[in-house]
Every structure is written in structure tokens, then in C-alpha cells.
Design a protein around this ligand. Structure first.
Ligand SMILES: Cc1cc2nc3c(=O)[nH]c(=O)nc-3n(C[C@H](O)[C@H](O)[C@H](O)COP(=O)(O)OP(=O)(O)OC[C@H]3O[C@@H](n4cnc5c(N)ncnc54)[C@H](O)[C@@H]3O)c2cc1C
Ligand code: SF4
Ligand code: SF4
Ligand code: SF4
Length: 369
């Protein structure tokens, strides 16, 4: 077994591929943004995400109260809603297209290419998760969690890997077409304009919130991750009406929100265009995995790995996405060191969520946003 060391103040996070890009930017830009607390990145597969309010409206139009939804799944090109009294409502994804967030149409990453471990359902049998181990840290985490019986793993079928590659390629191809289309009509997709790190610094240091608004928020590129809100030293960004808004005046020379955002410029050493041609990019191993004691969306592996990091003191806290107590199925990010919270947050909420905001509360408050 590989020995692990305790990292005080460190955090493990779970999130979609765009969250992983933001986390990688925070890490790489530590000379500008300060050291990031995020030490372990557990990424999810993600083909698309939905607007919470549009999804709720879509259900209402079909006479379904979101409060009666017990479980939500995306399988075989359908959105499945499991309702009370064993009733089921399903709708083709094609018909739910109006609920898909516009920023998802310019997203090229299906498998959380910048995470330590990526987890999804595609490729494995029902009740199991597929995991792609991407870094040595991810390998150590998975191996040790298995050794301590948090998860069990088995080889994945070659046909499973081929399905994941096919879907990853499909997303890259279709969304590259959309990016090209947007660029042609003057809606630049800034995050795709990669550049050498030196030029990147020169470019981003000129920008403030108004540039973030023009380059990302107003043109439908914001993924609503909350990274801008987390890094703002003046605490003048609020996430309102489904987008970040400025509530104050930026001091001269500040550019932190622009630096942190996963949809502004990204230096080549974080995201390279070579990734366009490699469906899963680099990885160490792909496996099927299951956490026998957890009821998760698939194999419960994300929950089990997060709880392993807490129980073994690899990190002090984890950022997870729970369901709001007041609005059914609305995702709500929390930071916690309690494994019971992590188990409660198992399962996928198909809506965008500002996962970075709770990091602001590391030193004050209860960590719930
Ligand atoms: C928006 C979205 C789209 C997805 N699309 C696909 C797909 O197309 N194909 C595929 O194979 N898999 C997809 N997944 C991943 C899949 O739904 C499972 O999350 C994954 O298989 C892990 O299952 P598990 O049982 O191991 O996780 P669990 O143990 O159930 O844990 C799930 C974790 O996901 C986190 N989470 C829940 N909702 C969100 C959210 N909105 N944003 C960020 N984190 C969240 C929770 O904090 C929890 O820790 C998607 C996930 C999301 C959030
Ligand atoms: S931008 Fe959309 S599709 Fe891409 S990872 Fe984020 S939520 Fe998923
Ligand atoms: S103060 Fe800085 S981080 Fe905050 S909104 Fe203004 S430019 Fe962005
Ligand atoms: S504008 Fe803010 S919330 Fe939107 S993607 Fe950028 S950092 Fe995330």
C-alpha cells in the first residue's frame, strides 16, 4: 500500500468537467490568486447540463410537480424521472434541448480530462460506475480506497471503453462546430483561444469584471461555477438570476475574477488543442467500480472516494453538491468534513451549481450557499 500524508486545510472536490478546468486554473494561477485549497479533484462525466428553472417548467408543462420526483437519470437518450407510487415519466433529450444551458454547447470535455479521477456511468453495467484514473494521486486514492474496502473494482469491457470514446468524440465534434459557428457571428469563445503562458498573463492582467461580463457572461459562455465569486477580494460578485452580477466598484488593477474563470483565456499548459483529437486525453487506467455500502447515482464511487479522503485525513473538507431543502432537486454546494453529509449528497442533480462559492466559507460561516 502507498503511504499517504495528511494535508491540513486541503479540500477534495467533486464536479463536472468545467469545474475541473476552473480548479486547474486556480492551481496553476496560484502566483496571482494565492494557493488553492483544492488538493483532490474528482470529476464527473458530463454530456450536457440543464437550467433548473427551465427543467422545472418543462415538468410543469407535463403536469409533473418536481416535488414528486424521487430520482432523475439520463439513459439511452432519454431523461427519466422516477415519481411517487412507482410512476415514471420519460422525455427524449432532444425534446428537452431548450432546457440545456447554452454554455454546454461550446464544451469539449465529456470525461473531466483535468481531474485526478473521472467518474461516469457510461461503459459499465447497471449499479457500477466507470472510473478513469488520470494522475498518480488518483491512482493512489483508488488503490488505497479499494484496499480499505471503500470500493471494489473490476476490469471494464473493451466495448465499454469504445462507447465512452465514441461519446467523447461526438461531443468534441459537435461542439467544435458550434464554437466555429459562434466565432463566425462575432460571439467569441475566448477559452478556446489558447495561448502561451507569457502572453496569457499579459492578456488577462488587463481585464476586470466588465470584461468577464462581455467575454463570458453576456454571450452565453458562463458555466455558473462560482470561481469568480470565490476569488473576488472585494466580495462584490453575487450569483443572481442564474448569472454572476457585480454589486460594487472594482479597485484599479484587480483582475482576479477574469483569471479564475474557466471560460476566459486558458494557457496552453492547462488545456491544449491536442485534446481535440484524443477522445479521452491521457489516462493511466480505466476500470469499473462500485461502493457496496453506498446508494449513489451509479456505483456510489464518488461518494465513497470522498468519504475515504475525509476518514483517512487526506483532506480536511470536501465540496459536494446536495439538494436544496427548500426547492426540490435544486443543487446546493456545501463544504463539509462530515461523512454523513457526503452520503446524503450522493446522486446526480442535473442542473448547474456554483461549486466554488462554499470555499469562501472555509474560515467563517457554515459552508452552505
Ligand atoms: C450535470 C451532470 C451530467 C452528467 N452526464 C453524464 C453523462 O452524460 N454520462 C455519464 O456517464 N455520466 C454523467 N454524469 C455522471 C453521473 O451522473 C454520476 O455522477 C457518476 O456516474 C458518478 O456516479 P456515482 O454513483 O459514483 O456517484 P455518487 O456516489 O452518486 O456521487 C455523485 C456526486 O455528484 C455530485 N453532484 C451531484 N450533482 C452535481 C452537479 N450538478 N454538479 C456537480 N456535482 C454534482 C454530488 O456531490 C455527489 O458527490 C453526469 C453528472 C452530472 C452532474
Ligand atoms: S459546460 Fe456544461 S456540458 Fe460542459 S462540463 Fe460544464 S455542465 Fe457539463
Ligand atoms: S474586485 Fe476584482 S475580482 Fe472582484 S469583481 Fe472586480 S475585478 Fe473581479
Ligand atoms: S463568469 Fe464566474 S461563474 Fe461564470 S464561468 Fe466564469 S468564473 Fe464561473
Amino acid at each position: 500500500m502507498v503511504e499517504t500524508t495528511t494535508k491540513p486545510g486541503k479540500v477534495a472536490m467533486v464536479g463536472t468537467p468545467c469545474h475541473m478546468i476552473a480548479a486547474a486554473k486556480l492551481e496553476k494561477s496560484s502566483d496571482i490568486l494565492g494557493e488553492t485549497p483544492i488538493d483532490i479533484k474528482i470529476g464527473l462525466f458530463c454530456m450536457e447540463n440543464f437550467s433548473y428553472s427551465y427543467m422545472k417548467k418543462l415538468l410543469e408543462e407535463n403536469n409533473i410537480d418536481i416535488n414528486n420526483v424521487k430520482e432523475c437519470r439520463i439513459e439511452k437518450n432519454f431523461l427519466w424521472f422516477y415519481l411517487e407510487e412507482e410512476k415514471l415519466f420519460k422525455i427524449p433529450i432532444e425534446k428537452a434541448k431548450s432546457c440545456i444551458r447554452k454554455n454546454c454547447n461550446i464544451c469539449m470535455d465529456f470525461t473531466s480530462e483535468l481531474s485526478d479521477v473521472s467518474i461516469g456511468s457510461v461503459g459499465s453495467e447497471k449499479g457500477w460506475s466507470t472510473i478513469i484514473i488520470r494522475t498518480d494521486k488518483g491512482l493512489e486514492l483508488v488503490r488505497n480506497a479499494e484496499q480499505h474496502k471503500y470500493i471494489k473494482t473490476k476490469a471494464i469491457e473493451e466495448s465499454g471503453i469504445q462507447i465512452i470514446k465514441k461519446l467523447a468524440n461526438k461531443k468534441k465534434k459537435e461542439n467544435l462546430e458550434e464554437i466555429t459557428k459562434r466565432e463566425r457571428v462575432g460571439r467569441p469563445v475566448i477559452y478556446r483561444r489558447q495561448m502561451p503562458p507569457e502572453k496569457y498573463i499579459e492578456e488577462v492582467l488587463k481585464c476586470q469584471f466588465q470584461d468577464l461580463k462581455g467575454d463570458v457572461i453576456d454571450i452565453g459562455a458562463c458555466v455558473l461555477c462560482g470561481a469568480c465569486n470565490y476569488v473576488c477580494p472585494e466580495e462584490i460578485i453575487q450569483i443572481q438570476d442564474r448569472k454572476p452580477q457585480l454589486n460594487g466598484k472594482c479597485p484599479e488593477g484587480c483582475n482576479l475574477c477574469y483569471v479564475a474563470c474557466p471560460r476566459t483565456y486558458i494557457p496552453d499548459d492547462i488545456l491544449s488543442k491536442k485534446a481535440d483529437k484524443k477522445p479521452l486525453v491521457d489516462y493511466i487506467e480505466i476500470l469499473s467500480a462500485k461502493a457496496p455500502m453506498i446508494k449513489g447515482q451509479n456505483g456510489g464511487v464518488a461518494t465513497a472516494l470522498l468519504n475515504y479522503t475525509l476518514s483517512e485525513n487526506l483532506v480536511e473538507n470536501v465540496v459536494i453538491i446536495d439538494k436544496s431543502d427548500s426547492e426540490a432537486w435544486k443543487p446546493e454546494a456545501i463544504i463539509t468534513n462530515n461523512t454523513t453529509d457526503v452520503i446524503k449528497a450522493a446522486g446526480t442533480k442535473y442542473a448547474a451549481c456554483n461549486v466554488f462559492t462554499p470555499l469562501k466559507k472555509l474560515n467563517n460561516g457554515n459552508g452552505r450557499v
